[in-house]
Design a protein around this ligand. Structure first.
Ligand SMILES: [Zn+2]
Length: 184
């Protein structure tokens, strides 16, 4: 949706990865190993010559949902051990370690190449995003059927919906219905 706010830099990449699926209305962008590879190559997370298989797709989607879980914590949800385990597994499998780049700045880089390395780069990106002062502005839409990642640009970080026009109003209507049902 055009009016949904997007972040830039590491925050933007984390947001874009989690939002490769619109849980509410579709589409799912990562439908098969080829579309996953296309996305990762386009974002510079892996080279184009390495293969991507069905198991990689499963891992990528599990990682995506673990990252969604971490963002949900910015919206008041608890952090789940299964999400932590998924993130740590991706970090270990890719051999993430600190290196100094040619610009003299330290960063986390994976030992592995291919899709395993790309998953490590996504975890490293999440790490830098979480160090960013704007990290807590990255939130999950409060609508249970939406769960879109939006960038909360409101002054007091108080937005709860990706868009008030769609999700905010739909959620209000749903609460109103269940409330009046309870009263009957
Ligand atoms: Zn929403």
């Amino acid at each position: 949706m055009a009016d949904r706010e997007t972040a830039t830099g590491d925050l933007g990449l984390v947001q874009a990865f989690v939002n490769t699926v619109d849980l509410q209305d579709g589409p799912e962008e990562l439908t098969d190993p080829n579309t996953l590879k296309g996305w990762l190559v386009a974002k510079g997370l892996m080279g184009g010559s390495q293969p991507v298989g069905d198991a990689d797709l499963k891992h990528a989607i599990a990682l995506r949902e673990a990252i969604r879980g971490m963002i949900a914590a910015n919206s008041g949800s608890p952090v789940y051990p299964v999400d932590i385990a998924t993130l740590n597994h991706a970090a270990v499998a890719s051999g993430l370690r600190m290196r100094f780049g040619t610009d003299g700045k330290p960063r986390l880089e994976p030992d592995s190449s291919g899709v395993v390395g790309a998953m490590g780069r996504l975890v490293a990106t999440l790490y830098s995003a979480m160090e960013d002062e704007d990290w807590t502005r990255l939130k999950l839409c409060g609508s249970q059927s939406c769960r879109w990642v939006f960038f909360d640009l409101s002054k007091n970080h108080s937005s709860r919906w990706c868009t008030m026009a769609s999700c905010g109003n739909r959620e209000k209507a749903r609460r109103f219905r269940s409330h009046s049902k309870a009263r009957q």
